[in-house]
Design a protein around this ligand. Sequence first.
Ligand code: CTP
Ligand code: ZN
Length: 151
Amino acid sequence: MDKTLKISKIKEGTVIDHIAAGKALKVLAILGVDESNSISIGIRVMSDKLAFKDVIKIENKFLEKIELDKIALIANEATISIIKNYEIIEKFNLDMPQTFKGIVKCGNQNCITNAGEPVKSEFKTVKTNPLTIKCIYCKKEMSDEEIINNV
Ligand code: CTP
Ligand code: ZN
């Protein structure tokens, strides 16, 4: 008997798969989904016999570049599948963007981007795994945990 819990396939929308176990809620929080989306979430579901993963399936939602960049910040390991009429029409891994514009709030309160001026935050990727990014204005570096709390 198959004892594995299966999350239903979706008809149209986006599957964010292979998210490191436990991170799905953070991914959902930054995506800003609301009551109008049908969403299935698997947290710590069995990926293969050795590992757990999280998975998110959002019906009728197709992610924009800025949303993919946000996911890359939190769950760079995720795989994205675009589903149309139950078929996977596109499947890809996330690229780690070299710059992040207007996505992360600079952790330095005195930064020009926090001064109420019309200056959007902008970071350059310094290092991946663990991720470190650097503000192009005040040079503050932000790592993993700090990034997650400021997306
Ligand atoms: N999926 C879905 N609805 C569909 C088609 C696929 O929800 N109509 C989901 C699958 O459940 C899976 C993901 O999209 O989570 C990718 O599908 P597929 O490539 O078929 O799965 P696997 O072969 O298991 O992929 P991987 O090797 O990436 O784990
Ligand atoms: Zn700054």
